[in-house]
Design a protein around this ligand. Sequence first.
Ligand code: NAI
Ligand code: MG
Length: 502
Amino acid sequence: MNLADINKIISPTTAEFIGRRSHKMLIDGQWVAGSTGATLDVVNPASEEIIAKVPAGDAHDIDRAVKAAQRAFESVAWSKMRPAERQRLLLKLADLVEANAQAIAEIESLDNGKSAQVARAVDVALTVDFFRYMAGYATKIEGSTVDVSVPFVPNGEFVAYTRREPVGVVAAIVPWNFPLLVAAWKLGPALATGCTVVLKPAEQTPLSALFLGELILEAGYPAGVVNIVTGDGESAGAPLTRHPGVNKISFTGSTEVGKLIGKAAIDNMTRVTLELGGKSPVIVLDDCDPALAAAGAAQAIFFNHGQVCCAGSRLYVQRKMYDRVVADVADIAASMALGHGLDAATQMGPLVSREQMERVCHYIDLGRTQGAEVVTGGARAGERGFFVKPTVLAQVQQDARVAQEEIFGPVLVAMPYDDLDEVAARANDTPYGLGASIWSNNLSKVHRLIPKIKAGTVWVNCHSMLDPAVPFGGYKQSGFGREMGRAALDAYLETKSVFMSV
Ligand code: NAI
Ligand code: MG
């Protein structure tokens, strides 16, 4: 599908947005070019065509954006806004996203490669729900009153209470796998609590954030409350994390960059939450229906082409069912229809970029070199677009690099196991701890396993289920802090204790 074909099937809103070709970024309520005038190409990964240009923001643009966010944070329009009004604005934004669901899904598909149908049902729908969920918290931010008994002033009378106050300017740095949704995970709590934001989308996928910027202005947010600076990690991301005007960084991306950001944050004592990589195990016990387990395992790894931080990328099957489950997963993989994300028949689109395709293919070769058997897939698909065949690797050793490192593509490594203690130990035997799933109907075994798994989320008979009300985040090198749920708010609030002698 080239641009001409695409134009025939996309919505008028998408056509208008994509038709602009050259985009600006949002600073202080204005759409502006970058200070140097340099731009970055936005590529449709299914066709390799350049579909847009966005400003290549740099330290100067970041500085302007952070200062705008600081001014907005102090402004009467935002700092004195009643919580009920902050709630209303976030609800309005949710309505606008919902009203533009099809266009956003199409933009996400053109930019990232994912299926527009799936983007609408998952990315956009979750964004709408999440904004609505977080909107409710704007009016439910509470401190507490504390009865104190100061030992060294035994006759003193005091009133003590806590206030929760917005942390200030939030730097939101997001990746390319769920560009809109991950931006929403950061914007939702920031806007509910009264923070202001500088959002830096991933250089591969900046378009949905820019579209969202228009909706943010349309909703009526005061200038500077949300600023969106496009640019790459080094020129725009790094200066943002080092800027002394930033009070909190919320980052989602690679563990490697997360560590750099964590170190930069400490220098300024900037608050930081990091949602990083994973190598999540899918653990199949031998009491379950092998066909259902295989379908679940395939979904766990192939959803979003494996470009999911909590993708079920290691499959452990109890030995007597191992061959059957692996064969079934391989059949599902081999039958998947690869294609353009705007084609309704597509079950798997391209990976996001040439770099990612090459990284994933390199891992597959590495697996082969370390003795893995390629049960299905194992190579790029076609010569145009960044497609990689859904791949299943068997005969993989626990310490092989493909079993230890995040591949972030449609590549599953399958391994048999014998008993539950063994599988718990092996499930935990990577540096990561983001998610895990257990497939079984034996309640006592499931309950015995859950506490043993070192991961932020354990799913049972499902995988990658997410809900606005359920906290999400990682153990170990998968990061720290939680997004979603009430837990997410803490990262955007300071606690001020008030102690009054009366
Ligand atoms: P990345 O971690 O480099 O990029 C994520 C975001 O961080 C982007 O917005 C990028 O511009 C920004 N960034 C990069 N370097 C930065 C720096 N020094 N300071 C501040 N911001 C910076 O991820 P990348 O290179 O796109 O992908 C590499 C690998 O990372 C993937 O193969 C995958 O394994 C992992 N990854 C994990 C994600 C997750 O959801 N946990 C998402 C994206 C990538
Ligand atoms: Mg990078």
